[in-house]
Design a protein around this ligand. Structure first.
Ligand code: SF4
Length: 400
């Protein structure tokens, strides 16, 4: 009998399988994704709820607004006031409705409602943990690796994630990418023939209008050496209404476009998120997920397995699991490295390789992404290698 390993879910812990018999829903995959609740917004007409401009306008940014949606704890109340000068609160009604109003440990709430841990500075904390500012030849570009750049197009996001690694810029209107700086960035990319891959980030680039994004993508596409774009966006998670037919039609013109998003918990995989992913995938975008390992949110194998299975149903390939980095004020989210290795042991071999992302530490001070894997090599001598497989059995391989 196959050995079981610590942390690996039993079959009955996994998401409900598709129905085996009887009447099947018209779309049995979509039917597994229930719509997100409306909570305090139950009387809002569909037309408004589904309008991303309305969702942006109605964001929760004050304690008084938050108290109308959840039962705010004393600690959260203090944190809302005391963290405001450091990193604003911003939560779309859609994402706020996913929160458990009674449970301060709710994974959606932990990601979006301030807590006092944000005011604690650990000795390891850094203002710019990935040294992105160090490698900025012009204001909106980080150019560290020869063939690719990170292009900051805006510093706004629909939800300000409490674990954000770019707190130093995001939500700060004085750091917003001005038109002149965007021009300088486009000019820099055009002058550097080695750049073939542009990661369009922020903030969240889908905070820009379709026309503005179309203009940026069109001008990048006109640069002969630029091959691919990667849009880094959390809108699928926090504002799926932003994915409209008009946006998809615009993106279609600029392929190949890769979209990397950031789901952290299965609770975020709603019917609305499913539909947003479907529209982007149908428009020809290649979708990947970059999860961040967060204490109390997703630091257990069962949660990650359920999330990754749901993502595959949504046609989103689990791409990375990031160890939480050393950004200032997020030490309360950090887990031991071993938590990530335990999750990887629970995934590898126990589910399809498609559901197994890379677990990486984005090394402090600009060291780049370093993969961290469970150790499958037992010993190695000369041309003989002894490996341990996912079930704990040893196998020997002889090199020629
Ligand atoms: S969407 Fe990304 S950039 Fe924006 S606050 Fe969240 S983690 Fe930070």
């Amino acid at each position: 009998m196959m050995e079981r390993m610590e942390g690996i879910p039993e079959r009955h812990d996994l998401p409900e399988p598709l129905p085996a018999g009887g009447p099947r829903p018209a779309d049995p995959v979509r039917a597994r994704f229930p719509p997100g609740p409306r909570a305090a917004w139950s009387r809002v007409p569909d037309a408004q709820w589904n309008d991303w401009h309305w969702q942006q306008r109605e964001r929760i940014t004050t304690l008084a607004q938050l108290e109308k949606v959840i039962h705010v704890t004393e600690e959260e109340r203090r944190a809302c006031v005391e963290t405001d000068a450091v990193f604003h609160m911003g939560i779309t009604p859609y994402y706020a409705a996913l929160m458990d109003p009674e449970d301060p440990t709710c994974p959606v709430r932990l990601q979006s409602v301030p807590t006092m841990g944000e005011l604690f500075a650990s000795p390891a904390d850094r203002e710019d943990p990935l040294a992105e500012e160090r490698d900025m030849p012009v204001r909106c570009i980080t150019h560290r690796y020869p063939d690719r750049v990170l292009f900051y197009t805006t510093h706004n996001c629909p939800v300000y994630c409490r674990h954000c690694t770019r707190k130093r810029k995001v939500a700060d209107p004085t750091s917003a990418a001005a038109r002149q700086q965007i021009e300088e960035a486009l000019d820099y990319i055009a002058r550097h023939g080695e750049i073939r891959d542009v990661v369009i980030s922020g903030g969240d680039p889908l905070s820009l209008s379709d026309d503005r994004l179309d203009d940026i993508l069109g001008r990048l596409r006109a640069i002969p050496h630029v091959e691919i774009f990667r849009l880094g966006t959390r809108n699928l998670v926090t504002l799926p209404q932003r994915i409209t037919p008009a946006l998809c039609a615009m993106l279609r013109k600029h392929h190949p476009v890769f979209v990397n998003t950031h789901f952290n918990h299965p609770r975020e995989c709603t019917a609305e998120a499913f539909e947003a992913a479907r529209m982007l995938a149908d428009a020809g975008c290649v979708l990947g997920n970059q999860m961040v390992l967060l204490k109390g949110v997703n630091d257990d194998p069962r949660t990650v397995l359920e999330l990754n299975h749901k993502l595959l149903l949504m046609r989103v390939r689990p791409y990375y699991i990031y160890q939480c980095d050393l950004a200032k004020g997020i030490s309360h989210f950090r887990t031991p490295i071993e938590s990530g290795r335990k999750i990887m042991r629970a995934l590898r071999g126990h589910t399809s390789g498609l559901a197994v992302p890379h677990f990486v530490v984005d090394a402090p001070d600009g060291g780049g992404k370093i993969p961290v894997n469970p150790d499958y090599v037992v010993r190695h001598q000369g041309k003989t290698w002894v490996f341990r497989n996912y079930a704990g059995k040893e196998y020997t391989y002889y090199e020629p």
